[in-house]
Design a protein around this ligand. Structure first.
Ligand code: HEC
Length: 174
């Protein structure tokens, strides 16, 4: 009986801390032709720190909801996700001094594109999607990078100018 209570308590603690969530195999099996599910990738790789609601954890993990790092230039967001970032990083006026891990070797271009598109279009965020090709291009151009980015390096990055299309409409951040 005691043991049961203990087990239940461990399970609750584990769920509360979000530490032991693993999507069930049925959820992870993506047919190669099916579009990648951004929620799935986000939940498995990002939500433990940034939380399922994108609100982060006070003073530890910054929010992705309402963050300009998320909705701003895609190049910056992709680079940050591929190689990680080390603080200080200002997010919505709050300074974070943590380390965001690098995802470049753990996630494929389409997995990362799906997770970033999910983050750019959820919790009130409304930015254009990120494609696997966008991720691929940044992966190639930053291939020499072997350490975390700093905020100031990231802030210098902007998206390439569109090579064709309507020049009278403002660039879309893509
Ligand atoms: C182990 C915890 C952890 C995980 C997992 C994690 N991050 Fe982060 N992330 C951080 C920390 C810490 C920072 C702030 C870094 C700093 O202090 O400079 C950050 C910063 C960011 C930022 C810029 C700041 C902001 O809030 O907008 C983005 C965007 C981001 N992460 C996206 C992601 C995505 C996408 C994933 C999943 C692919 C992910 N993170 C997974 C810890 C994490």
């Amino acid at each position: 009986m005691r043991r049961r209570v203990y087990l239940a308590a461990t399970l609750v603690a584990c769920l509360l801390m979000n530490g032991c969530y693993r999507p069930s195999p049925a959820n992870t099996a993506n047919h190669p032709d099916e579009p990648m599910d951004g929620w799935q990738v986000y939940t498995a790789s990002c939500a433990s720190c940034h939380q399922p609601d994108g609100m982060g954890v006070k003073d530890k993990f910054p929010p992705l909801a309402g963050s300009e790092w998320v909705t701003g230039p895609a190049t910056r967001l992709i680079a940050l996700s591929l190689d990680g970032v080390t603080g200080p990083q200002n997010v919505g006026g709050v300074e974070y001094r943590g380390i965001m891990p690098a995802w470049g070797s753990a996630l494929t271009d389409s997995q990362l594109a799906a997770a970033l598109t999910y983050a750019r279009q959820t919790w009130g965020n409304a930015a254009p999607p990120v494609s696997a090709m966008d991720v691929y291009k940044v992966r190639i151009t930053t291939a020499a990078r072997k350490t975390f980015w700093t905020s100031s390096e990231l802030l210098e990055m902007s998206d390439p100018k569109p090579t064709s299309g309507n020049t009278s409409s403002p660039a879309h951040g893509n």
